[in-house]
Every structure is written in C-alpha cells, then in structure tokens.
Design a protein around this ligand. Structure first.
Ligand code: DGY
Length: 330
C-alpha cells in the first residue's frame, strides 16, 4: 500500500503532481475555507503525512489518534499552530518553510511600514471615493521614514532582511533578539538594545518575533505607553504577541501614532473589529509571504519535506531537531 498524504487546502495540481506519482494523496478542495476540525482529525488518523496551513491546529488531541503520522509539513515559517513536543514524542517530523519567504516577507513588512507612515491607504481611498478636493499644505501629511530609528523585535532571517531595507533608507537600526547577531551589527550597523530601550527609542517598532510562551502578549499597554507618541507599530509576526485591546487604547488615546498590522489575535477578523474603526490603522489579511513565486516555493518545499521523510531521508527544513524517527530514516 502506498503511504497516504492529506493536504489541508487546495493547492495547484502542478505542485502536488510529484507526490501523486508516489503516494495516495487526498486534498481538502477549498481555497479559502479551512478544513473542518473533525475532517482534519479523521484524515490525520490514517495519514502518513500532513501538509498543513498555519491556520490548522495540530495539537495533542489530533496527534494522539494519528497513529500512522510520520511528518507534518507546515506551509509557513511559523509553527505555533503545531504542538511540537506532542509531535516529537511520537516520532513525527515537523517541517516549516524558512528562507524561501525571507525577502518577500521583508518586502511586505517594509511596504506596510511605508504605507502606515505615509498614510498611503487613506490617501488612495480618498482619491477612489472621489473625496479629493484639491492640494493643501498638510493634506494627509504623514511621517518620514528615512533617517528615523527602526526597532526590530525578533532578528531572525526576516528581521535581518528588513534591517537591510532600512539601511537603504539610512535609518538607525536597533534590534532586540534572544541572541545577539554580531555579523548583522557589523554589516548593517545595527545596534542591540534591551526590549525596554528599543520601544522607548524607536520611531518604528517592528514586531517579527515568533509566537512562543514567552512572547505571547509581549506588547501590553505598559509597553505602548513607553513608546514615543509619534511611534508607529508594525506587526508581521503573530497576532497573539500583542494585547489588541491595549493596542486599541494606545492608538485611540494618542499614546502611539499608528499601526500597520498583517496579523491578528484571531484570524480572519471581520469589519466589526475595533482596530478597523481607527483611521491610523492599516490592516492586511496575513499576506506577509504572499507573492506567487514565494508561495509556490513554500508549497514545493512542503512537498520535498514530505517526500524526504516518506522516502527515509532527513527532511530539508526540519523544525524539531530532537526528532527521533519511527525508524525509517537512515
Ligand atoms: C509564516 O510563514 O509564518 C507567515 O506568517 C506566512 O505569511
């Protein structure tokens, strides 16, 4: 019998063809709507491999009945949707898609920063809605980005790529990370700062940190109050890193000047979300890595990860380095 793969969202035929040639592939055939939890649990019970999205919750409950499962290939660099310990203890490899999305996500981060600072969405809407009545000295005047201070919280590969873009704008670069990056400090002139120092000094506070037990609700009201009144907060990491109620309060009361958000505590958000009522918020539907080339590369990498494990090889981008295989990998 061929090993079985379940793919939790509709992916292009061309991408999954290599899997179909060797394995039994079942795919949830919807593009936007996530697979219902019950169906996912059922499919996982007989699957050797899962190709998952960041919106699929792969937890202990699901894993305890997924007796055949050998690999979970998550189509994201983040893997906070997966209970890593529960997978590791069952010998299941967890894979993500780092590197291939670095520049694309950094581009989006910088685009969001620029859009928020220069009020580009508001301005474009004014023209489209036929509300532009003429030039005026301070019409939609925003904040300069060049020569300002950027503070990057979470200096992984994407953080570094954002820092590179910031250096092109001749910005002063501060960063906060679990570990210092002497190479980045040397190459880009980035300065390490404590979290407190960074939030106090940065004009643009850019959150790119992964969601972990330590980073959940990292940005509280107290933190926003420490920022400059002119500060712009950008989040392209994960929504739950921010206390959204606190962010709303900070934006509404003028503690900070604006926010550009690609991620939210619970996604998708609806038009009734309080943050959307604020004109100083630019909101995007979690599209950090969404270019055609990059999303295709991410899918391809998932396919490679699955094929590697099912063929008895170590997958190219394994997350749980403590992975003890079910005895199939050399
Ligand atoms: C990721 O890969 O974790 C990103 O959030 C996707 O856009």
């Amino acid at each position: 019998m061929k090993p079985t793969i379940f793919i939790t969202r509709k992916l292009p035929e061309a991408v999954i063809q290599p899997l179909k040639e060797k394995y039994e592939v079942t795919m949830w055939n919807r593009d936007v709507q996530a697979v219902p939890r019950e169906r996912l649990i059922n499919e996982a019970q007989r699957a050797d491999a899962l190709l998952t999205m960041l919106s699929d919750r792969i937890d202990e409950t699901l894993l305890e009945t997924a007796r055949e499962l050998k690999v979970i290939a998550n189509m994201a660099v983040g893997f906070d949707n997966i209970d890593l310990a529960a997978a590791s203890k069952r010998g299941i490899a967890v894979c993500n898609t780092p590197e291939v999305l670095t520049d694309t996500t950094a581009d989006l981060t910088f685009a969001l920063l620029l859009a928020t600072a220069r009020r580009i969405v508001e301005a474009a809407e004014m023209v489209k809605q036929d509300k532009w009545r003429g030039w005026s000295p301070l019409l939609l005047a925003g904040q300069d980005v060049h020569h300002k201070t950027i503070g990057i919280v979470g200096m992984g590969k994407i953080g570094e790529a954002v820092a590179k873009r910031a250096s092109g704008f001749e910005m002063r670069i501060l960063y906060h990370n679990r570990t210092r990056k002497p190479e980045v400090e040397k190459q880009l002139g980035a300065c390490y700062a404590s979290f407190e120092e960074l939030v106090e000094k940065a004009d643009f506070v850019v959150c790119l940190t992964p969601l972990t037990a330590e980073t959940r609700n990292l940005f509280t009201l107290e933190v926003f109050q420490k920022m400059k009144k002119t500060a712009v907060f950008i989040n392209v990491g994960r929504g739950p890193v921010v206390d959204e109620q606190a962010l709303y309060e900070a934006l509404e009361t003028g503690e900070i000047a604006g926010a550009g958000l690609d991620v939210f505590a619970s996604e998708p958000i609806g038009a009734d979300h309080p943050l959307l009522k604020l004109t100083n918020v630019v909101a995007l539907p979690h599209i950090g890595s969404s270019s055609i080339d990059t999303r295709t590369a991410m899918m391809d990498l998932c396919v490679k990860n699955i094929d590697a494990v099912l063929s008895g090889r170590r997958p190219p981008t394994l997350v749980n380095q403590d992975w003890v295989t079910k005895g199939i990998v050399q």
